[in-house]
Every structure is written in C-alpha cells, then in structure tokens.
Design a protein around this ligand. Structure first.
Ligand SMILES: [Zn+2]
Length: 180
C-alpha cells in the first residue's frame, strides 16, 4: 500500500515519530511489527531519546519480513540496510502492506544513502523531513550528521554506514557548521 519515510539527521525525533505511529496499534486488531537491523547490536527495542520504547524484531535482510503475516510494517534505521533490500519493500507495498520507515537520509559526507534514493523511487505517500538542533551553533536547523573521531570531523575514508562501536561520536550539524 503506502510508504511513509521519516528522514533527517540524528537527534531529530525520527524514532519518536515512528513510535508515536505504532504505539496506538497495540490497541487494535491490526497486525503490525517493528524491525531493526541486526547490525544494531545495542538493544532489542526501538527507543527514542525521550525514553519511550517499543519491542522490535532484529533482521539481517528486509526480505525476512516477507515471511511474516503483517498489515503494517515499521523499520527503524532504514539506512542500515542495503540497496539489495529494496525489492522486499516493493513486494510488501504490492501486497497492500503499509510501510513506515525512519532513518538518516544522508551519510557523514552529506551524501544521500543509496537505499534512501531507491526508496524515494518507490514514490512514497509522505516524506517527513525532521531537523535537529545543531550542536555547534544551537540553531534548530541541523540537516546533517557529522561523524567525529577524537573530536575532529571525519570527512573521508569511512563506509557510508559507520559501525557504532564506540570509536566515533556523532553530532547533528546545520549547513553552516557541517564540515564537508
Ligand atoms: Zn550550526
């Protein structure tokens, strides 16, 4: 059925919007499930920064969703999946499943993730662009996510999806403060 994308930099409230959409479904008969990438090793919940959380199923490939009996699908951190996962989303939409996915739209260099470009080609019903507070100038205009190593912006040499193993820190940045 319909695809909804919730995009923007980190700390922009994307996961909170995803949770706000799904939380009421637990009071309905609608069959739904939330998913997150198995690459996210931190937790088995989708949790927003204000502490609200919902249980999520970890999957390595989005095609695993095709085996589940669901009417509404939520995917957190969609940018952690790959271009090869997009046909599974297309299959879900053709089946009449509603898909709501949130994640970063651009990588540490400010480039659109390929999977996000491919999802936009599926013609979403809605794309909600979130902004965060820039951690340098404190204006609520952050559109990028800067990756730092020992306090300095990393501008090259990383894969688009950077492993969250504690060796990097992340901060939302506005157009003026983002270092390309
Ligand atoms: Zn700024």
């Amino acid at each position: 059925m319909d695809l909804t994308l919730i995009l923007g930099p980190m700390k922009g409230g994307k996961t909170y919007e995803l949770i706000s959409f799904f939380a009421p479904l637990s009071y309905t008969n609608i069959k739904y499930c939330l998913y997150q990438s198995a690459r996210n090793v931190r937790d088995s919940f989708i949790e927003s920064r204000n502490g609200v959380q919902l249980k999520a199923k970890k999957i390595a490939r989005l095609s695993e969703i095709l085996d589940d009996d669901v009417e509404v699908v939520g995917i957190d951190e969609i940018h952690m999946f790959e271009e090869a996962d997009v046909p599974a989303i297309e299959t879900l939409l053709r089946r009449g499943v509603r898909v709501v996915a949130s994640g970063l739209d651009t990588d540490y260099q400010g480039k659109l993730f390929i999977i996000i470009a491919k999802l936009i080609e599926l013609c979403p019903r809605t794309i909600n662009y979130h902004r965060a507070v820039c951690e340098l100038c404190r204006k609520p205009d952050a559109v990028y996510t800067q990756i730092l190593k020992t306090g300095e912006p990393v501008i090259a040499g990383l894969p688009p999806v950077v492993p969250d193993d504690g060796s990097f820190t992340y901060r939302p940045a506005c157009r003026s403060c983002f270092v390309k």
